[in-house]
Design a protein around this ligand. Sequence first.
Ligand code: SF4
Length: 335
Amino acid sequence: MKNHRNIPFFVPHAGCPNCCVFCSQTKITGQSAEKDINTELFELKELLENDCGGFEKSLIAFFGGSFTAIEKKRMEALLSLANEYIDKGVAEGIRISTRPDCIDEEILAILKKYRVTHIELGVQSTNDSVLRASKRGHSASDSFESARLITEGGFEFCGQMMIGLPQSTPEDEIKTARDIIAMGATEARIYPTVVFEGTELFEMASIGEYTPLTNDAAIERTAKCCRLLEEAGVKILRIGLHASENLKKAPLGANHQALGELVKSRIYSDIIAERAGNCKNKILCIGIRASDISMLRGHGCAAINRIIGETDCAGVEIYPADLPRYEPDIKTRSV
Ligand code: SF4
């Protein structure tokens, strides 16, 4: 049996009262913006009927828009159908994703009634200037207040944050990661900004009002936040958008198809270089768990080259070891 997973159902842009400068829900989910409720219920039923199971724990996950901002009747119809499949043993609970200004006690009472267990909030940044420049339509204090209601209500809280939003600095992003920890998150998702054609952000980039992230900058900035969150015990559910044809077509920003892997490999190389120190004229022997070896060797050995550059070692040997992720065994030997 594999462990945990989400059974994802996309509700694209449904109910969202906003239009963030970077948002292109159709391009992100690959689905059109509007759907009739009967079609939506039919598709949800199909998804859950055909679920093949095999996991210790499954959650039915409503992603893609601002779930709690959709019409109440529609939200309850989707939740009610999902509850039928919790009763049938297909899933243990429900995960939803929404905006910080679309949570209040009344909404949380509805979510509790329908056995929602996990709530993801699009915090994105805790700098109000960045939120304004991104036209998020909510403030940092909305995020703090919603997170308080969510955690006090006994839900698992997942904080979503973005890297490289308009006017955002690496320091703002570190602060956002720290704030998400302080809000009581047990999970997080980190999304370096991708610029899709047709978005306001694309226009801003075209006229020089916004400088898109390079993939290298996205990796460096994301790795710092990711490490901070993980060291605080926050589980990282996702780094970057899923690889897709749409992402491949994104002209600007953090559009690398394997960004998450590159960030993890960057964290590993940072940790190894810090712990090894200067290894001039020595061979660095690194034990890491077998499933992580390709992370260090992949992508043209970028991580290994970085370790060599940072430690000045004469070479690197990697061997499999029974160790947790990011806890390498590091030794040196003479050349
Ligand atoms: S809140 Fe989410 S769905 Fe709404 S416009 Fe912003 S990114 Fe898009």
